[in-house]
Design a protein around this ligand. Structure first.
Ligand code: NAD
Ligand code: GLY
Length: 364
């Protein structure tokens, strides 16, 4: 069974294929490669698991090379990105090359950015292999690398030719990474899909025990939510900012703790709880709803407390480096209910400070 969704963006529209065993479907991939040159970008963890399967389906018809990057968020940097350019240039790949990202969000974001830059832009394909990348990062064309001073601060909007999410790849993912992906799944429920939130509450245990059909449904519903938002606002001039629920706090945690220490989905889960706390202080969200959200994160195996190393001062300086800052004001995604996210700068500095104090009072 394969599901196909579309991200509708005029001449940049593309399909998202979701299903089991898609890595071996040669024609599915080949129809999106315009010429003979292919360069696969992957990492040291994913290549032993899935590279052979992918190259086997390409070898006969394409000139195919591979770049294997080190694994980890700490390598999502300009330095490692250069390895992709080194190989493309050493092998004299032309503007006709298609880059293929085989891996999680780190590989997807880096490959997409490399594709946006190489010879001012070449096509690329996303083959996401983590839950997080299948429900979020492979869709929508945000590509980037980190900077020591800020997460995803160097990047481009650049859409792929297609997204191929083979749900079989999730079988080799460890439980912590699966939970990290569930954070982004829950995010869609919180932003604008209360019915999905309720469905997640009902099915969270089965999702964690990797019920194949339920996982595929969660991926499809997540991608559908994201595709609708991206189609309305590709370059984040408005509604797309809501997809950053929890991210201003979460990115501060990732940068402050050192990239890779707290997983992206974990940091976002904590960040979403901080946004929930501030929404509660604003009386936009009720206490029972805040508790319900917390219980779902806990049931998904996610952390809900800030790491003890982080202080309020850390948050204030790190949150100032956020892509939603405008004229020096930090805009935050907050909740007016479950399924009703809003972007606001109208929260009052003192209430934000109360949230930060509460979450960084590690002796409580
Ligand atoms: P990741 O890419 O680091 O992958 C997590 C770990 O799982 C890595 O060790 C990876 O090698 C391993 N892995 C990947 N596939 C596997 C498989 N099938 N079996 C076993 N191990 C596997 O992290 P992620 O959670 O996939 O993505 C996080 C990144 O995505 C962050 O850098 C974040 O900023 C980015 N992101 C981007 C967007 C976007 O819109 N572009 C959205 C959300 C997150
Ligand atoms: N993950 C946020 C976005 O794609 O806009």
């Amino acid at each position: 069974m394969m599901k196909t969704l579309t991200v509708t963006l005029e001449d940049r529209s593309y399909p998202i294929y979701i299903g089991s065993g898609l890595l071996s479907r040669t024609k599915l991939l080949a129809q999106h490669i315009q010429n003979k040159e292919v360069c696969i970008v992957t990492n040291t963890t994913v290549s032993p698991l899935y590279l052979k399967k992918l190259t086997a389906s390409l070898a006969d018809n394409f000139h195919c090379e591979v770049v294997v990057l080190p694994d980890g968020e700490q390598y999502k940097s300009l330095t490692e990105l250069n390895q992709i350019f080194d190989q493309l240039l050493r092998s004299q790949f032309s503007r006709q090359v298609t880059l293929i990202a085989l891996g999680g969000g780190v590989i997807g974001d880096m490959t997409g950015f490399a594709a946006a830059c190489y010879q001012r832009g070449v096509p690329f394909i996303q083959i996401p292999t983590t839950l997080l990348s299948q429900v979020d990062s492979s869709v929508g064309g945000k590509t980037a690398v980190n900077h020591a001073l800020g997460k995803n601060m160097i990047g481009a909007f650049y859409q792929p030719e297609c997204v191929i999410a083979d749900t079989n790849t999730l079988n080799t993912l460890d439980d912590r990474q699966l939970s990290s992906g569930l954070a982004e799944v829950i995010k869609y429920g919180l932003i604008n899909d209360f019915i999905f939130f309720e469905w997640l509450e009902k099915n969270i245990e089965k999702l964690r025990s990797r019920d194949e059909n339920l996982l595929a449904e969660a991926i499809e519903r997540s991608c559908n939510n994201k595709a609708i938002i991206v189609a309305k606002d590709e370059r984040e001039q408005g509604v797309r900012a809501l997809l950053n629920l929890g991210h201003t706090f979460g990115h501060a945690i990732e940068t402050g703790m050192g990239y890779g220490e707290v997983l992206h989905g974990e940091a976002i889960a904590i960040g979403m709880m901080m946004a929930v706390d501030l929404s509660l202080r604003l009386r936009w969200l009720s206490a029972p709803d805040a508790e319900r959200i917390k219980q779902l994160f806990v049931a998904a195996g996610l952390p809900v407390e800030v790491p003890s190393e982080m202080s309020e001062t850390d948050f204030m300086s790190l949150m100032a480096v956020d892509k939603k800052v405008q004229d020096g004001v930090i805009r935050l995604v907050l909740l007016k209910g479950i399924g009703q996210a809003v972007l606001s700068d109208d929260y009052g500095a003192s209430l934000l400070s109360e949230t930060l104090t509460h979450y960084t009072n590690h002796s409580k």
